[in-house]
Each structure stands twice: as C-alpha cells, then as structure tokens.
Design a protein around this ligand. Sequence first.
Ligand SMILES: [Zn+2]
Ligand SMILES: [Zn+2]
Length: 379
Amino acid sequence: MSTTAKRDYYEVLNVSRNAGLDEIKAAYRRMAIRFHPDKNPDDPEAEEKFKEASEAYAVLSDPEKRQRYDRFGHEGVSGEGFTGFNSESFVDFADILGDIFGFGDFFGSRRGRSRSGSQRGSDLRYTMSLTLEEAATGVTRKIRIPRLEVCEACSGSGVEPGTRAETCPTCGGRGQVGYRRGFLTVAQTCPACGGTGRVVPHPCRSCHGRGRIEKETTLEVKVPPGVDTGVRLRLSGEGESGVRGGGRGDLYVIVSVEPHELFEREGPHLHMKLPVSVFQAMLGATITVPTILGERREITLKPGSQPGEIIRIRGAGMPELGSRGAGDLLVHLDVVVPRKLSKEQRKLIAQAAALAGEQLTEDDEGLLQRLKRRLANEA
Ligand SMILES: [Zn+2]
Ligand SMILES: [Zn+2]
C-alpha cells in the first residue's frame, strides 16, 4: 500500500474524531457494502476504497490502536492496518462482515475463485438486432466486442516484468490464517492475499496488476435461420479471459428482431394484410404476394371474397429454428372501396345494384328487412 498522502482514518470513514464504536462500525458497514470487491468486480477504485476503509476500521475499532493513532497519527499504527491486523481485530472484522456477505462468502473462497487464485473469465452478452428478413434467411455478422484479454506484458501474472511476487506477510505464504472464535481457532482464507499466499509489491504497469487488459475483438457470428427475439446463441470460450490460468467465459449473443412493415410474426407464422379492390373481392382474382424469403406466390380469391377473410399459404412463413419445417403465411384480405367513381362506373354499378334489388334510399322498414335477410344468410 502506498504511504504517500495517506488519508486520515476518520476522514476515510466520514466520522468525527470523538465518534463512538457503534458509529464507526455503522460507517464501515455502509462503505463495505458499497465498495465490496464482489459487488464491484474489476473496479480498482472501489477495491482501493474498500481496502482503505477496512484499514481505517481495523485501527479505529481497536481502543488501544485508536489511542496510538490519535496521538501519533499513521506512524503510531504503521503496519497495523488491513494487511497487518492481529487476531483480535480479525475477529471483530469477521463479526461485522459475517452477516453482510455470509461468513463463508467473504473469508472463504469467492465465487469461481479457486485456492490458487485462478478464476474463470466472465460471460459476456451482446444484443444483436436483425431485420425479419435476416432472421428468416440466417446471417453471418461481424461484431466488435470489448473484452478482457490476458495481459501480454506480464502473461497474466499481474507482476511487473523483472520483479517478483513475494510471500504474503499476513499468512506467511500458507494462504490461510487462524482466528479465535470463543474456544475455537478457525482456519480461514487469508484476506490479505485471497488465499494465494503471495502478494505483489510491484504490480504490472500495463494492466495495473489485474493480469488482464480490455481489448476490442472482431468476431464472426453465424445466426441460423428462424431465430426470434430472445434467442440466445452461445459462443463457447468467446467471453473474457480467466484470471491466473482460469478458463475463458462464454459469449451470449441475444437476438432482437425488428418489426417488419409488411409482415407480423406469430411464432413460425407470418400475417400480412393484403389490400384488394371491392371488384377483385366481388369478381374473384389472382394476386401475387411477396414472401419473407423474397419469393412471389400466387393466391386465388374466390368470387365473393369477404373483408377479413384469411388465405393461408402453407410453408411460406418463417423457417423453424433447427428444423427443415416452416410456418405459414396468413394473408388477411382488406377490401378497399374506391373513394371516387367515373360517371360510367357509377351508372353501371347503379344498374348492378338495381338488379340486386338494392334501394339506395332506405327507410327504417327497408333497413330492418335487410338486416333480417343478412341474419338469415349467416345462420
Ligand atoms: Zn500485466
Ligand atoms: Zn496471505
């Protein structure tokens, strides 16, 4: 720990110089919860704050050390901070954090961290936005992802080249320390070195001792046909590099499919609204419709087709993920009535209406008759 410009312990915990033990405890708890390394992975600033607060707490919570610190400042307690506390302050420390993180979690090995300090790299997530066409055909995409790679300068050791790691003074290299709890002496992972038994006096300057450096990588991702929003593609071993020989994490590409202007997706099926003229609906017609795969399919409207009628084209929907099957395309007829008619059209259509026995001016009686006829037809 650097000795230059060491901050005042009271200032570190943000308590007054005559604060009681409870107040000091509460202040430290707040900071420990906020800056704990498990909550702030790969954040050196938070880690530094955590260490600083722990050191301040180790001194100020001990009446004897606090007295010495009050009289002589940092000189009076040098070497008695976080890395050098004795078993008494250690017990206190365990008590205060035990109920926050779970005793085993903090003093035992951290999640994914082994005895040797190796740790698997984190999994990464990347959200890939696709058009519906791309989701239908499948696509190969180049993506750029920033991720932590093993530092080349120190080969991931975190030790500045030309210097060496040293035996941890707290545990004497054993990786474990004993502390008393009532009658018992319990062995726990050494908090100063995380159980590795080694400390690094000169951290690598390229990676600040982290052993890894953020780098941007370009990857080619093959997206199979048929994916939908929320589908996760796992790229094994394309996550972040591990720490000290730990394996690489995975990369998860999360698919997000954009809405389409023509087609609406429902699982493997697609819906589309097809505007047809009232004449096509009345007389019947053959119409060519586009599919999502860029093909053209002919559909036949029967004479007398109704608004909202659905024509199903089998197999013209979305390909099904991981199979040769495909959904259907459901064409919803949207019958459009012309807003304007020519004189000639008007005359002919009026004739057709007269032939159908339609009255263009309808009294209440006529409307009732018509509704009854219609109900009878539908029954
Ligand atoms: Zn390095
Ligand atoms: Zn140690």
